[in-house]
Design a protein around this ligand. Sequence first.
Ligand code: ADP
Length: 390
Amino acid sequence: MSTDGAGAPILVLNAGSSSLKYQVLVPETAEVLVKGLVERIGEDGGPGGAGVADHAAAMASVADQVAQVGIERDGLRAVGHRVVHGGPDFSDPVLVDDAVVDDIRDLVPLAPLHNPGALAGIEAARAAFDVPQVAVFDTAFFATLPAAASTYAIPKEVSAQHRLRRYGFHGTSHRYVSRAVAELLDRPLDSFDQVVLHLGNGCSASAVAGGVAVDTSMGLTPLEGLVMGTRSGDVDPAVFTFLHSQAGMSVADVDTMLNKRSGLKGLAGANDFREVLARAEAGDEDATLALDVYVHRLRHYVGAYAAVLGGLDVLTFTAGVGENSPALRACVVANLARLGIAVDPARNEASSREARVISPEGSPVTVTVVPTNEELEIARQTAALLAGGR
Ligand code: ADP
């Protein structure tokens, strides 16, 4: 084994306020040794209850699972943590120490729904595993956004005082997928411009010029941009004022409505894309409108980012919906042939779990489907940091 532990597995953690997703994998081979999810953290349950008391208890359960597959605690190379918000300063992964924990805590006002869970996960993992801990930020890939794309047109002293800007999220996925596209096409990353559509429960688009992110649809928070499972994406910000003054809703009520009761759920009553699609195919009008709004917004962003990039070489679909729904992909590219964008019906419909091209041979824009793998990307970035590679 080399001094930086190459070959040893890395534990990747994605801690939320009430859940802890984990995966132990070897970044060099992508081999997954064990993975799972501890849910209902903080719901101690009592007799027969399924919850666990806190993140420390959840981490003890993860340590048990890790031990059960024969990995000693000190047999891990490191723990890599997904941290949603890196704020203005974290543009790369960092080795976690007390100062970094304080810095992540300082970002809680920017990500009150997300960073507290990550912090609890980091604290628990530091206590449970005496190996290097690395934080990988979901915003980091978008630190390269030019000011024109990251700046809100509001008074600059307000932005400066409160660190308001477009940060972007899902960056770990957009980074992984944009690099996987270069591998799939066997083209140097810096030789082409691409748009990546990450369509899962959360949805985001990115414009990537020669491997460098230049625009993305999520903003200060993951609420902006595309229509999502339960989030509205773009709305006129005056919706807040209107619903407050006309409907008597509090700011917190509107925030909850836009984050939890909007998107596909708000329009069709279901946040699961498959369910909305099935209902639309059965003739349900609400589901049909929900899909139309979802697709319209996607086409809007594809066109916008083709303009931002000054032309497009590759369009990629990823995450649950993007990887698995030929119908959605066909709708997004319908009638875009004049922009050079089309899919080959047989290639689009073919069932596969591999990265693949679905546009016709010789198409001006190459359309691809690339499965995302955020855990592998976090493990790779963790390994690279330890090896001094970045
Ligand atoms: P998350 O953002 O939680 O990681 P995923 O990337 O797993 O989510 O995506 C979940 C979404 O993918 C759900 O809306 C689900 O309906 C959708 N999805 C999964 N499989 C299919 C499929 N075969 N066809 C259409 N949508 C699918």
